[in-house]
Design a protein around this ligand. Structure first.
Ligand SMILES: [Zn+2]
Length: 258
């Protein structure tokens, strides 16, 4: 299959369908609910969502963002998550082409979407995603041509260990907890999927973007707020950037010193 206009649309639509399922995961996993049953219903009135009200993006537009039963507003985030996941799938398709590793990166990207929105909502990264993610990433390293199982194993150790050191250093200096254990398990998962060489660039990009966004947010926020910004979304964003453009970024960075 060639990557063209049609295959891009097929992959985009597939990504939005997966995105629709990710919305269910984002809502139900933190609540400890099953992600397979019961079928989705309106949280306001209990209206059962029919199949034609559950078409990614289109149903939201068709329903004008309101529940068909009670007309309660549906969060704009649902179609946005669907569109985001579709877009990520297309970007991954263009980066890697049609090979067997592409679905592995679809899986990774979708896991990161779920982690990002759960972390934004609840400031937690569920172990039920990150821990199986570490094992899955390690197993997938046998299928990914450009990393070895040893790269993956070192990625788990370095990812877990590096953030643990940063977190301990931060706690020592700032006398309060900055990064949670969830971030450490997430970085170990990223190391498992992407190998140890990805760890430093990911932490670097995440810290850079985190500072650029985090400092204004903290300055604008209340002075007494001790709420630390969740780091998971920045790690996830950095991982996607590295996945898609890592080689270019590393080359550019090394050329700065050449
Ligand atoms: Zn309703």
């Amino acid at each position: 299959m060639l990557i063209n206009y049609y295959s891009s649309w097929i992959v985009f639509i597939f990504g939005t369908i997966v995105g629709s399922f990710l919305n269910v995961c984002i809502y139900r996993i933190p609540a400890g609910l099953s992600i397979v049953s019961p079928p989705s219903s309106c949280p306001n009135c209990g209206h059962k969502i029919r199949w034609y009200e559950n078409i990614p993006i289109l149903s939201y537009l068709f329903l004008r963002g309101r529940c068909a039963g009670c007309k309660a507003l549906i969060s704009l985030r649902y179609p946005l998550v669907e569109a985001l996941n579709g877009l990520l799938f297309v970007l991954i398709l263009y980066s890697f082409g049609v090979i067997w590793v592409t679905p592995i990166y679809f899986l990774l990207a979708s896991a990161l979407v779920v982690i990002t929105f759960i972390d934004l909502d609840h400031q937690i990264i569920p172990d039920v995603i990150s821990l199986p993610g570490i094992g899955t990433g390690f197993l997938c390293s046998f299928l990914i041509p450009w990393i070895t199982w040893l790269d993956s194993l070192l990625g788990i150790v370095l990812g877990g260990g590096l953030l643990l050191l940063i977190a301990m250093g931060y706690e020592y200096l700032a006398k309060r907890e900055g990064m949670g254990g969830g971030d450490i398990k997430l970085l170990a998962m990223l190391g498992a999927f992407m190998g140890w060489k990805a760890i430093f660039p990911i932490v670097f990009i995440a810290s850079l973007v985190g500072t650029l966004i985090g400092v204004p947010v903290m300055l604008l926020g209340k002075k007494d707020t001790k709420l630390a910004l969740p780091f998971g979304p920045f790690l996830s964003f950095a991982a996607i950037i590295y996945l898609l453009w890592g080689d270019e970024i590393v080359t550019w960075y090394l050329n700065l010193f050449a």
